[in-house]
Design a protein. Structure first.
Length: 117
């Protein structure tokens, strides 16, 4: 029997407390228009290249936020990305580590990462 499971990640769900505020924040740091539809009152699909991100306010609780990064955003220039996020006032929780990545938090406290590709 062939394995029906693909070696792909379709979407990562991020728990957020306020879907509108989260949509606006994520779209801002990703340089996207925040004009997409909020589905079913609690889901926002961020238009990504490759693996998708869905913000979900229905699954949010303080004990469900990401304590460690579940994925990373790619960048070609880690220093530019770090300064960009710093200038946006993002909660940077590490400096650039090993000249390769840094961690930050979204407004709900989810720990996320940006990594040089």
């Amino acid at each position: 029997m062939n394995n029906p499971i693909l070696k792909q990640i379709g979407t990562v769900f991020i728990p957020v407390s306020n879907i509108e505020k989260a949509r606006d924040w994520y779209c801002d740091i990703l340089g996207l228009d925040a004009d997409g539809e909020i589905q079913f009152g609690h889901l926002y699909v961020i238009p990504m290249e490759g693996t998708g991100i869905v913000l979900d306010s229905k699954i949010y609780s303080e004990d469900r936020i990401f304590k460690v990064p579940a994925f990373h955003f790619n960048t070609k220039n880690i220093e530019e990305a770090f300064h960009f996020m710093s200038n946006k006032g993002v909660d940077l929780i590490t400096s650039i580590e090993h000249n390769h990545y840094f961690n930050f938090k979204d407004p709900d406290g989810n720990t996320l990462m940006i990594c040089k590709c």
